[in-house]
Design a protein around this ligand. Structure first.
Ligand code: ASP
Length: 331
């Protein structure tokens, strides 16, 4: 009975596979359908959790895991290469009910960084762990540990080979928006063969709880232990039952400086903006004026979804309560 009451409540799920996409003219029908299929798989995985009354936290974790396990996206397997030729991943998760959060940064052997972030949140007194320490903790938590070669992907390797002798760090994005110029040290990937995609998920469950998750390999040729926005709570990920859940993708340095995820929540909490208006204010105005590129997916406590981005595209998808999935790439 309690179940039938619960089932009448709203639930919602949205995911992204990175902002900035392959140019439409370079996209092949095969590749496009592979991306769309994987986005659908992730949505379906999260949907089964929510439909059966599971938590938004479980839903965002399973959805992100599907994308981490696919070499198509820049997270988990298929993560981009650092200047040292390694794959260093970052991930974060947050629960809107308790404001509990967890994240890992610069990890190289944890098969699913998002699960490690969740373990940090649930099984430790901390919020953020990095590198070897995070890997040791993940092993103690019996999470799957793999050899660094597991993350190797030949296309990512080629992306890195093209720029490794330079000082460039490369966003996993295909091209400039035109009116927003990237800063001098960042090259927008002009290679039509490139693959893209930090990943993320946001969800509302039937109990009214929100959650957000983000996972990435960061930027190609990054060095000196560079960490982006993805594992930083408030920058690349945020959830608060009072307002919304947000997962970001884009040029991390700008997302950190703009505190994007929390700023959307704050506009709702303190200025009473609606979700769409808050998300657009931060992406189309604040981030864009600063010169940052990227986008967000966000869901509010009523199940409304907003997905603004200022790049030519963003891999993204939503699933409706009847199980119908909608995935898109371009504007
Ligand atoms: N935000 C990620 C980072 O800067 C990259 C991305 O979203 O593509 O590490």
């Amino acid at each position: 009975m309690s179940n039938s009451t619960a089932q009448s409540q709203k639930f919602a799920l949205a995911i992204h596979g990175g902002a900035g996409t392959i140019l439409k003219e370079s996209m092949t029908p095969e590749l496009e359908s592979a991306y769309k299929q994987k986005l659908k798989d992730a949505l379906n995985a999260g949907y089964s959790v929510l439909k059966s009354g599971g938590s938004s936290l479980d839903a965002v974790e399973v959805a992100v895991k599907v994308l981490e396990d696919s070499p198509l996206f820049n997270a988990g397997k298929g993560s981009v290469f650092t200047a040292e030729g390694t794959n260093e991943m970052d991930a974060s998760i947050m629960e809107g009910k308790t404001l509990k959060a967890g994240s890992v940064a610069g990890v190289t052997t944890i098969k699913n960084p998002i699960s490690a972030a969740r373990a940090v949140m649930e099984k430790s007194p901390h919020v953020m762990m990095t590198g070897k320490g995070a890997e040791k903790f993940a092993a103690e938590q019996k999470l799957e540990i793999v050899s660094p070669e597991y993350f190797f992907d030949s296309l990512r390797y080629k992306q890195w080979q093209k720029i490794k002798e330079t000082e460039k760090i490369q966003l996993d994005h295909s091209e400039d928006r035109g009116d927003v110029k990237p800063s001098f040290d960042v090259e927008f990937n002009p290679n039509p063969d490139s693959k893209f995609g930090t990943v993320g998920a946001v969800a509302l469950d039937i109990n009214g709880n929100l959650a957000a998750a983000t996972s990435t390999g960061g930027m190609t040729n990054k060095k000196f232990g560079r960490i982006g926005d993805s594992p930083i709570i408030g920058a690349g990920c945020y959830a608060n039952n009072k307002t919304c859940a947000v997962s970001c993708t884009g040029h991390g340095e700008f997302f950190i400086r703009s505190v994007v995820a929390y700023d959307i929540s704050a506009l709702m909490e303190y200025k009473n903006l609606m979700l769409q208006q808050a998300a657009e204010t931060v992406i189309d105005k604040k981030l864009t004026e600063l010169g940052g590129t990227g986008g967000v997916i966000a869901v509010d406590a009523q199940g409304n979804i907003a997905m603004p981005f200022n790049t030519p595209g963003m891999y993204r998808g939503v699933v409706k309560e009847n199980g119908e999935v909608e995935v898109s790439i371009y504007k």
